[in-house]
Design a binder for this molecule. Sequence first.
Ligand SMILES: NC(=O)c1ccc[n+]([C@@H]2O[C@H](COP(=O)([O-])OP(=O)(O)OC[C@H]3O[C@@H](n4cnc5c(N)ncnc54)[C@H](OP(=O)(O)O)[C@@H]3O)[C@@H](O)[C@H]2O)c1
Length: 268
Amino acid sequence: METKQTVLITGATSGIGKELALLFAKEQYKLVIVARNQEKLESTADELKQIGSPQVTPISCDLSVAGNAQQLYDQVKQKGIQIGILVNDAGAGEHGFFKETRLEEELAIIQLNVASLVHLTKLYLQEMVERNEGKILQLASIAAYQPTPLLAVYAATKAFVLSFTDALINELKDTNVTMTALIPGPTDTEFFVRAHAENVKATDNVDDPAVVAKVGFEALMSGKPHAVAPGMTSQIVMSSLMSNQQVAAMARKQMEEKPVVSEDDKKN
Ligand SMILES: NC(=O)c1ccc[n+]([C@@H]2O[C@H](COP(=O)([O-])OP(=O)(O)OC[C@H]3O[C@@H](n4cnc5c(N)ncnc54)[C@H](OP(=O)(O)O)[C@@H]3O)[C@@H](O)[C@H]2O)c1
């Protein structure tokens, strides 16, 4: 029987990352799963083994801290594990007007969404190119196409991820290494609560993370450059036809809080 490669997934304990881990486990891939919460890592590892992964290595690592991506890479190396597929899923946002949000939180988000993603991509891409095989999935977002007021730093990190990914796809074109950008729209995960944005209008219409993960998995495995979540293609086309300020005005509406409905209003 063919031995499957090991897949490293950051952010594998929740949302889209967890659904991706479940898909790989069902196909009997070995996994290295990364997140901060140790208990969740262990329960996720048990679940992944139960559904078919022959080996799951949980590693607790805070990728919002500079230097930790290198430590993660070194730890995986020390365990003698070779990574055939890298999924850079871990990411976070912080909702609010930039003049009011916490700088420390936003610098940590840039470290997580951008610097750690670049760091892990650098180290694993070099190995993959040397072996002339491998696959990398990068979590972008519809926000990559839309300057987003009230989520300005987050959207800018995702624009970085998409631009970075598209440039590398071109650099890799004469190799057997492929890279794919997954572009979800609003998805039903812990993201909005963690970003203090659980009441924004965008949460009215969210995708199932299992559906989004499947779109990403299929595109990754077939080496496609982009995996766009259902319904998002029209938004991308629309954004490309508008000025950045028109797009920002549209995106802002989605990031505004929903009106609070009082008990009296509900009765009427
Ligand atoms: N949900 C959406 O609407 C949406 C839309 C477009 C793109 N995306 C992108 O999809 C990716 C996954 O998001 P999700 O919605 O599935 O989020 P989620 O449900 O909040 O899951 C985030 C995962 O990342 C881990 N994580 C968070 N901070 C981390 C850190 N500092 N170091 C290491 N791991 C960390 C979390 O575990 P711990 O907390 O234990 O570390 C968890 O496993 C993100 O890149 C996000 O930007 C999401």
